[in-house]
Design a protein around this ligand. Structure first.
Ligand code: GDP
Length: 265
């Protein structure tokens, strides 16, 4: 009968609408698994090292406004369910993780990338370098995707949240410093990559044919790297602090991250 057909139509229409997703990346131990667990369940269980990318269905809490909400009239009191999204964890290790990241990013209906950093770990030189190299490669991939997209249909740009996690830890750098330290270190990574020093296995001859400008992150040949340079490459970068874990029952401080997700959902 007709009502059944209408129901079926509405069901199919809803099902065909892909759930948007956000991809979690970052060095091992930064807190990605804890982040995913907290956002999906509202609590953190014991985390474990997983091999496969995991996805969890999450829902924006009623306290967080979504982008769509902005276009709603204040007098519109009709109840509307808060939007849902997938959080995809990418636990790849070593060199493989870059490939894993890019394959996830090209596959799913990605609304954003969440790069989780341990704000205490990056106070050490080794921790800072690891995070900056990973972030450099991720941002360069997004930059190239934008450049190539210009000539074809132009993929939707993917904004990046750098989640300065573990702000509850005594030795953590404050969010502002996490930002500037990463910018300085990314500049160093950028310089050494352009000199061909970083890939020890690759000889200088192999770099001769490289597109130097295309492999340069941000404003070409600039003396400093700033995340704001990514804007002209279609990548909006935000650095927001918080902690997934916290003292006591209430858990961590994650409101700013929810806010960012809401704005990009
Ligand atoms: P992953 O390797 O990025 O998935 O990191 P995990 O989620 O496994 O977290 C690594 C360790 O850091 C675990 O022992 C977590 O309990 C801990 N951790 C994660 N987030 C926080 C945080 O905000 N504060 C503190 N103090 N510890 C955290």
């Amino acid at each position: 009968s007709l009502p059944i057909l209408i129901h079926l139509y509405l069901y199919k229409k809803a099902a065909s609408k892909e759930v948007p997703s956000f991809v979690l990346v970052g060095p091992s131990g930064a807190g990605k698994t804890s982040f995913l667990t907290l956002f999906a369940n509202g609590t953190i269980a014991e985390t474990y090292t997983s091999q496969e990318p995991q996805a969890a269905l999450c829902q924006l809490p009623s306290s967080t406004r979504s982008k769509e909400d902005r276009y709603r009239s204040e007098h519109d009191t009709s109840s509307r369910s808060q939007p849902k999204f997938h959080l995809v964890d990418n636990p790849g290790h070593g060199k493989l993780r870059h490939h894993a990241t890019t394959s996830i990013l090209s596959r799913t209906s990605v609304r954003g990338l969440i790069f989780v950093v341990d704000s205490a770990a990056i106070s050490s030189a080794a921790g800072l370098t690891e995070a900056a190299e990973y972030l450099h490669d991720t941002l360069l991939w997004l930059q190239k995707r934008h450049t190539q997209g210009k000539t074809t249909k132009g993929p939707a740009s993917i904004p990046v949240l750098i989640a300065a996690n573990k702000q509850d830890v005594f030795t953590s750098l404050p969010t502002g410093l996490v930002k500037t330290k990463l910018e300085e270190e990314i500049h160093r990574v950028r310089e050494s990559k352009s000199k061909g020093f970083l890939d020890s296995g690759v000889g200088m001859e192999d770099d001769a044919g490289k597109d130097e400008e295309g492999d340069w992150l941000g404003e070409y040949a600039s003396k400093e790297f700033k995340f704001s340079q990514m804007e002209e490459h279609g990548v909006d970068v935000s650095v927001l602090g918080g902690n997934v874990r916290g003292d006591g029952e209430e858990g961590g401080k994650v409101e700013k991250w929810w806010g960012w997700i809401g704005e990009n959902l």
